[in-house]
Design a protein around this ligand. Structure first.
Ligand SMILES: Nc1ncnc2c1ncn2[C@@H]1O[C@H](COP(=O)(O)OP(=O)(O)OP(=O)(O)O)[C@@H](O)[C@H]1O
Ligand SMILES: [Mg+2]
Length: 456
């Protein structure tokens, strides 16, 4: 099976986002797409998945069977109100025309199919109750359930922890051995070099390089993705002044309650593998789960709602940007200015939005662009900018680098550093040790809802 693209271009309305793409995808190979946020990777994958038709040029699919497509945004690939097993069965019914009305039979079928992949899922949980990494695993399972010949994965590992990522890459090996065609978009250059046979580097909607991975290096890929460079330069110095004490946080009844203090200018990293109540702690600090006591300037306030927390200068950037982080059908300016009160002063909002566009390298640099029309990584940057108001003194960031490219990571680190240099403080939640070490002043590990000092 092969796919051949000849001089393929694609536009969203008047905006051309892919230009003159020539590409061959062959069976038995893993092809990796690399590129900065907004380079056109997802759009190109959607063309291969037949979700979009080219504006010009030709795509030839030879002997293609079923196509398994895992979209970048988990909510695009799942029916939220149905259970996990119902979602899996939808994929099977569509492709195979099997009809299982019995829940028991469906579970038996899926268990048997997934056992060879060593993948177990909470079949009876409603998808909307699943965490984002569980949703990503469901999407991967959906792709594996059918006997597809072409697998298209758009950032399938962005919410996965270390062991889950390893499991995913072991799936790729098996699929490759079976002679399937695989295209995968990844932001980690190390992962691309380790797991892809060929690398396609996109830059501003064009293929800037296409080579076998064995002749590439990290430096070459970085250089081909972008002509500019930016690296984070830590400026902040830790102050001795206490910013907040968070007391009596009870995440799990059987575990000791959590008490944690943060200084002005400090970044505290809460590290943990998925499933250890990392996001629950982040949301609790934001007043969205259980109440706790906040001590600020020797005064104790009970925090029992986000409004409450926000009044004390606390802001929260959630992990699931599309569901909780941004208003997709509003412009970048409207999202960033959502906390302004009183009369709308559009000129001032434009100035403020432009400064975020600059400091977070948001693309396109258009304050009036609806957020739904931004690429995934750029939506993530807007979700961070949205919460920076003059009143914000403590930022809670839950996996803020999900889906952002290597330069944007540096920009976000710099942004955090600048925020802390100006007296702010940050709780940074991550499942990535490297991120934890680069940005944190102090580290904790969360294990089953219990907070342990250091990285375990
Ligand atoms: N639905 C849409 N309508 C209009 N423009 C869009 C739409 N989706 C994406 N774009 C634009 O197309 C360009 C390419 O977007 P695409 O999502 O393919 O980038 P990407 O390389 O996948 O980026 P990321 O790494 O952030 O996911 C971007 O400039 C983006 O703003
Ligand atoms: Mg994308």
């Amino acid at each position: 099976m092969t796919i051949q693209l000849e001089n393929v271009s694609f536009s969203y309305g008047d905006t051309e986002v892919l230009r003159e793409i020539n590409l061959n995808v062959e069976s038995g190979k893993v092809v990796g797409f690399a590129g900065l946020n907004g380079a056109g990777k997802s759009t190109l994958l959607k063309l291969l998945a037949k979700r979009h038709l080219p504006t010009s040029g030709m795509i030839t699919f030879n002997e293609i069977g079923t196509v398994a497509y895992v979209p970048q945004e988990v909510d695009e690939g799942l029916v939220q109100g149905l259970t996990v097993i119902e979602n899996l069965m939808l994929a099977i019914h569509r492709e195979k025309k099997h009809v299982f009305f019995s829940k028991k039979k469906s579970i038996e079928y899926a268990t048997q199919k997934l056992s060879s992949w060593n993948l177990s899922l909470p079949f009876l949980k409603t998808v909307s109750d699943c965490s984002i990494y569980e949703k990503q695993l469901i999407l991967i399972a959906k792709a594996l359930l059918n006997d597809s010949s072409l697998f298209l994965f758009d950032e399938p590992t962005s919410s996965l922890g270390k062991s889950e990522k390893e499991q995913f890459f072991s799936f790729l090996k098996v699929l490759k051995k079976q002679g399937k065609s695989i295209v995968v978009i990844l932001h980690s250059i190390e992962e691309i070099l380790s797991h892809c046979d060929e690398v396609v580097i996109l830059k501003n909607g064009e293929i800037n390089q296409q080579s076998q991975s064995k002749i590439l290096s990290k430096e070459i890929i970085v250089e081909k993705m972008s002509s500019s460079t930016f690296s984070f330069n830590k400026k902040r110095t830790l102050q001795d002044e206490l910013a907040y004490k968070f007391h009596n946080i009870n995440l799990v009844d059987s575990k000791p309650s959590i008490n944690i203090e943060i200084k002005k200018g400090e970044v505290i990293v809460i590290y943990g593998a998925n499933g250890n109540k990392k996001s629950t702690l982040a949301k609790t600090l934001w007043g969205d789960k259980k109440s706790y006591d906040l001590i600020k300037e020797h005064k104790t306030v009970s925090i029992h709602s986000p409004i409450n927390a926000n009044k004390q200068g606390i802001a929260f950037v959630p992990e699931d940007r599309r569901k909780e982080g941004i208003f997709l059908h509003h412009t970048i300016r409207e999202n960033v200015s959502i906390h302004e009160q009183g009369w709308i002063k559009k000129n001032l909002e434009v100035v403020k939005t432009n400064s975020f566009i600059q400091s977070l390298s948001i693309f396109p640099k258009d304050t009036e662009k609806e957020v739904i029309h931004l690429s995934g990584g750029n939506q993530q940057k807007v979700s961070i900018a949205k919460w920076i108001t003059p009143n914000t003194r403590c930022l809670i960031l839950d996996e803020p680098l999900k889906g952002v490219d290597i330069y944007a990571k540096q920009h976000i680190f710099q942004f955090i550093d600048d925020f802390c240099s100006n007296g702010g403080c940050v709780f940074y939640f991550t499942n990535d040790i490297e991120e934890a070490n680069v940005i944190g002043d102090k580290h904790f590990t969360i294990v089953q809802g219990e907070l342990l000092e250091g990285i375990k």
